[in-house]
Design a protein around this ligand. Structure first.
Ligand SMILES: NC(=O)c1ccc[n+]([C@@H]2O[C@H](COP(=O)([O-])OP(=O)(O)OC[C@H]3O[C@@H](n4cnc5c(N)ncnc54)[C@H](O)[C@@H]3O)[C@@H](O)[C@H]2O)c1
Length: 262
């Protein structure tokens, strides 16, 4: 098999949580679909996922939309049952969902109970979805789990970047994203012997019309001189999902324009 063939996801089934989201979610799903995978996206709104899947089908891809809530373990079980009964297998799991509405306020504004409430939904959700979906992967003897962390799972926010803006930097986000990276290493170590790989992608900031002072400071600090756009994450997810990365597990692939180099 040639090297380009190893990037093909033909015949694979991929589930992308929050895969219909307007920022990274839809980019991740489109990339996997273009590489040949059957793509299932799922988040709280069934309509949004079905509409997005219909748009992918219009482009000639194989795509489906489902509904689930990452902070509800029963909902994860239902999602697993639905995926397995409808598609019979799962080869690729991309965890992009984040119960972001919980991550509010900066450190001076958050109390311990708020911190617990917002972080626990994401922690328990990530724990549970990996724990449940690894089962069919073990049975198949192969699978790739990809968790979407962040530069803020690796380094702290620089408070100077946000000065003079209303942008918040909730520390719970850093707890969750850092924990995700080491949980991924744990999964890699425990499930490697079954042929299941687990890796993280840690993106930098996505350009979303942030306030000008923030943008200028960000662009000045990041080696590649700009924030991320839709296409920047796509190569990384296809690489980690496919046999092109068949000896890569437990890695945290920084897709950050060099943000964490210094
Ligand atoms: N935007 C950035 O700059 C950035 C940078 C680094 C990492 N990330 C990570 O990328 C991932 C995608 O974030 P994004 O910025 O593209 O969009 P986002 O913040 O809109 O993503 C959150 C997604 O999670 C879904 N979601 C929220 N609560 C949910 C729940 N309870 N159950 C199921 N789904 C739920 C939402 O529908 C949404 O699509 C996140 O994990 C985020 O931490 C984002």
């Amino acid at each position: 098999m040639g090297i380009l063939d190893r990037f093909s996801l033909q015949g694979r089934v991929a589930l992308i949580t929050a895969g219909a989201g307007p920022l990274f979610g839809s980019s991740l799903s489109e990339a996997l679909a273009e590489a040949g995978a059957t793509v299932i996206t799922a988040s709280r709104s069934l309509q949004r996922n079905e509409d997005f899947a219909a748009r992918l089908r219009d482009k000639g891809h194989d795509a489906y939309g489902l509904q689930f809530d990452i902070s509800d373990c029963h909902s994860i079980t239902e999602l697993k049952e639905q995926v397995l009964s409808q598609f019979g297998r799962l080869d690729i799991l991309v965890n992009s969902a984040l119960a972001r509405d919980g991550h509010v306020g900066s450190i001076g504004e958050q109390k311990a109970d708020q911190c617990m409430a917002s972080a626990s939904g994401d922690f328990s959700g990530l724990f549970e979805i990996c724990r449940q979906f690894v089962e069919p992967m073990i049975d198949q003897g192969c699978g790739s789990m990809i968790n979407i962390s962040s530069i803020y799972g690796v380094v702290s926010n620089d408070p100077n970047l946000y000065e003079g803006t209303e942008m918040k930097q909730p520390p719970t986000y850093n707890f969750v994203k850092a924990g995700m990276i080491n949980y991924t290493r744990y999964l890699a170590c425990y499930y490697g012997k079954y042929g299941v790989r687990a890796n993280c992608i840690s993106p930098g900031g996505y350009f979303a019309n942030q306030p000008q002072p923030f943008l200028e400071r960000y662009e000045q600090r990041v080696p590649l001189g700009r924030m991320m756009d839709n296409d920047d994450i796509q190569g990384a997810v296809v690489f980690l999902a496919s046999d092109a990365s068949r000896y890569v597990t437990g890695a945290n692939l920084m897709v950050d324009g060099g943000w964490t180099c210094s």
